[in-house]
Design a protein around this ligand. Structure first.
Ligand SMILES: CC(C)(COP(=O)(O)OP(=O)(O)OC[C@H]1O[C@@H](n2cnc3c(N)ncnc32)[C@H](O)[C@@H]1OP(=O)(O)O)[C@@H](O)C(=O)NCCC(=O)NCCS
Length: 370
């Protein structure tokens, strides 16, 4: 490693350099249609959250005043085995092309670990699709004990393949349409939502905190408090999320967050980003899903993606709406075992895990690569 490379925490004024590095490293950044500047988006993400508003979890590497590496984390309170714990989630992480393969990425992670220790954050989780990092992380970290699957609903398979060609045509090989049909038939929605009303909103109401508490003891779930949700999905800098609430009288029984990503100009992709209902309210899950999907159908969205823990009770609801398990699992890691906490995670069952696109920081635009 060159001796004049320095590592330090983020300082206001670094934004432009960091964004340029990320755009170069990822081809573009963020791969989202945003309505503000990239710098403002970065500020929303790393200095706008109710849990870390100073960018204290962003480390940069510099060579002669140029930012050539960055490792960024968000801080989230997570319910872990029924108890509250602070987690860091590893977000944008990149090293300039000319500096790769010299250990900088590892060093940035290490510097961030020091910050985590200072802030008393014991746990971290992160995802990657980069094959280099998958290989490295498989050796070092712990794979999350419940597989997170990618559910996909495609209307016109030919159109999807013409827009995002695949090397190995999974969609053809599995007979996607036949599978989708069988799923719909076997998981026909119950239609048990007679008394419910759906409301579209731009802000989460106070009742959402009660909805979170009503989930009971969860093995792993980001604390979806109203403050968190309003930062994550309602700040205009985050982009155009859509939120539907399901009410039974004045009782909030669930919500769904969806988004259409218009990053690819002529092929917009839909996502069910977050979905949560009171335990036992299967009808609400179906109604919320139907409502979000109906809106995307009206906009002519051909593909909708979602993520859930494999075997979760919502899985049949997705299947009933034409979603199919793409068999593309997320590479999700945690450092948890290194803290002697393995027991907490090993007892997880899928219904005690709340994990979806809202739990990570990107919406994939090159499906089936998630
Ligand atoms: C991924 C990335 C951050 C790695 O940065 P780097 O400074 O080159 O990584 P390091 O030199 O610290 O090496 C990290 C590991 O990858 C391995 N590695 C690095 N370059 C490699 C290559 N070309 N081929 C195979 N392995 C490689 C290293 O041996 C090391 O493995 P180890 O942890 O088992 O020792 C960098 O390639 C990058 O910015 N990529 C584009 C953006 C991206 O994909 N970010 C990750 C998003 S999660």
């Amino acid at each position: 490693m060159a001796e004049d490379i320095t590592f330090r925490n983020y300082r206001p004024g670094d934004e432009q350099g960091v964004v340029e590095l990320l755009r170069d490293a990822f081809g573009e950044w963020p791969k989202l249609d945003i309505v503000c500047s990239r710098v403002d988006y970065w500020r929303w993400k790393y200095t706008g959250s109710p849990f870390s508003d100073t960018g204290e979890m962003v480390v940069v590497a510099e060579d002669a005043d140029k930012i050539i590496g960055v490792c960024s984390m968000n801080v989230y309170p997570v319910q872990l085995g029924g108890e509250s714990a602070l987690f860091s989630y590893a977000g944008d992480h990149a090293v300039s092309k000319e500096y790769r393969g010299r250990g900088l990425s590892g060093r940035l992670i290490e510097e961030n670990r020091v910050n985590r220790d200072k802030l008393g954050i014991k746990y971290t989780y992160f995802v990657t699709q980069n094959p280099i990092l998958v290989k490295s992380y498989d050796k070092r970290y712990h794979v999350f004990p419940v597989p997170i699957i990618n559910m996909v609903r495609i209307d016109d398979v030919e159109l999807q393949l013409s827009k995002i060609p695949m090397e190995y045509e999974w969609l053809m090989k599995t007979g996607y349409k036949a599978l989708q049909y069988a799923n719909r038939v076997m998981n026909r929605p119950t239609g048990l939502y007679g008394g419910l009303e759906i409301e579209s909103t731009r802000e989460f109401p106070l009742e959402v905190d009660e909805l979170y508490r009503a989930q009971g003891r969860m093995g792993f779930m980001v604390n979806n408090s109203r403050d968190y949700l309003n930062w994550r999905f309602c700040d205009p800098r985050a982009g155009p999320y859509r939120i539907f609430l399901a009410w039974d009288g004045d009782r909030l029984v669930g919500y769904v967050v969806s988004r259409v990503n218009r990053f690819i100009e002529d092929y917009h992709i839909g996502y069910i980003v977050d979905l949560l209902a009171l335990p036992g309210e299967k009808g609400a899950v179906e109604f919320l899903l139907e409502s979000a999907l109906a809106e995307m159908d009206q906009q002519g969205i051909n593909i909708v993606l979602s993520m859930i823990p494999k075997g979760h009770r919502y899985e049949p609801c997705y299947a009933g709406q034409g979603f199919v398990d793409s068999r593309k699992n997320l590479h999700l890691y945690t450092n948890l075992n290194t803290w002697g906490e393995e027991a907490k995670l090993e007892v997880l069952n899928p219904d005690q895990v709340h994990f979806n696109f809202g739990s990570i920081d990107s919406l994939p635009v090159n499906y089936p690569n998630i």
